[in-house]
Design a protein around this ligand. Structure first.
Ligand SMILES: Cc1cc2nc3c(=O)[nH]c(=O)nc-3n(C[C@H](O)[C@H](O)[C@H](O)COP(=O)(O)OP(=O)(O)OC[C@H]3O[C@@H](n4cnc5c(N)ncnc54)[C@H](O)[C@@H]3O)c2cc1C
Length: 286
């Protein structure tokens, strides 16, 4: 059930980072729970990964067990205006499925890479939409077994959700949508995808927006005004297309990316007196 010393660079969109001591890809809830029980019995730290599109794994890798919830854990069901999607369903694919079923509310998700589990953890969103308000129930697993939160028990805010506070693995999510016109839904999705292609450096590996948006400021323009567009450390570069993204120009290491993050934080603090908080989740041992 476990792979030893799994290279996590293969499991993240940035393509950097060291190995996981143990790596598991459960296909069922029962397999997931037994992996969590194994970790508990052996006192192993557990880290969950979806598609790794919002993480930076440090060069030393992760001591403990990494559980991947991706295409190994992806079932979806549509029932009236409710879509129930397993954690490993691609968020973008679920939004397209909603359009097919004439359900509106998920248009913003088209083009957001990664899975539903990661989206719920991050309260992923774009263009004035976010997943939080659509959640009807979150199902999860711990070593003690399965559980769930109702809409009222699941709290969220900008790029934050209750999942970040609790040691749980999201297994599936029920999303409540509204009936809509397929033509209007698809027109909105096409518009949002075109905007993404025009603004984001999708041709290079990245982990999306590096930093959270600080109240009253826009990250990309601040980094640009600080003269950092195109600034490189090793193979990590501040994108010349969108300064809010750090891209892997080829051969970047996790240390390159981390040093670039810290350099940007220092420059922005000095110039604008603003503290930039990473949106990217930085995982692993020092
Ligand atoms: C080009 C690009 C564009 C992007 N655009 C956007 C955007 O517009 N809006 C936006 O919000 N994000 C964006 N992102 C970031 C990212 O795609 C989203 O945050 C996505 O929802 C993360 O999903 P994932 O499966 O890749 O999660 P991962 O990156 O694998 O994990 C993210 C976090 O969630 C946790 N996690 C993952 N799955 C589970 C689970 N099943 N249970 C418990 N915890 C879990 C992980 O431990 C980690 O801390 C972008 C990324 C890229 C590369």
């Amino acid at each position: 059930m476990f792979i030893r010393n799994y290279p996590l660079a293969k499991a993240t969109s940035l393509g950097v980072g060291g190995p996981a001591d143990y790596f598991a890809r459960p296909a069922t809830e029962a397999e997931l729970i037994s992996a969590l029980q194994f970790a508990e019995q052996h006192d192993l730290n557990v880290i969950v990964l979806g598609y790794g599109t919002n993480v930076l794994v440090r060069s030393a890798g992760i001591r403990g067990l990494v559980i991947q919830m991706a295409d190994n854990f992806a079932h979806v069901q549509v029932d009236g205006t409710t879509i129930t999607a397993s954690a490993g369903c691609l968020f973008s694919a679920v939004s397209k499925l909603a359009a097919y079923h004439r359900l509106t509310g998920l248009e913003f998700a088209v083009g957001i890479p990664g899975g539903i589990g990661g989206a719920v953890f991050m309260n992923a969103g774009a263009y004035d939409g976010e997943i939080g308000p659509l959640v009807r129930r979150v199902h999860f697993a711990t070593a003690a077994g399965p559980g769930s939160w109702t809409r009222d028990e699941f709290s969220y805010s900008y790029r934050h959700s209750r999942v970040q506070q609790e040691k749980i693995v999201v297994t599936r999510v029920e999303l409540e949508l509204r009936p809509g016109s397929r033509e209007e839904i698809l027109a909105k999705m096409n518009d949002l995808q075109a905007r993404r292609r025009a603004r984001q450096p999708l041709e290079f590996p990245s982990a999306g927006s590096t930093f959270k948006r600080p109240a009253g400021h826009y990250v990309g323009p601040m980094i640009e005004q600080a003269g950092l567009k195109g600034f490189r450390i090793g193979g990590a570069e501040v994108s010349t297309k969108h300064a809010g993204f750090i891209i892997n120009r080829g051969g970047a290491t996790a240390d390159d990316v981390l040093q670039l993050i810290q350099h940007i934080q220092r420059e922005i603090k000095q110039r604008f007196n603003v503290d930039l908080e990473p949106e990217i989740r930085i995982l692993g041992s020092l």
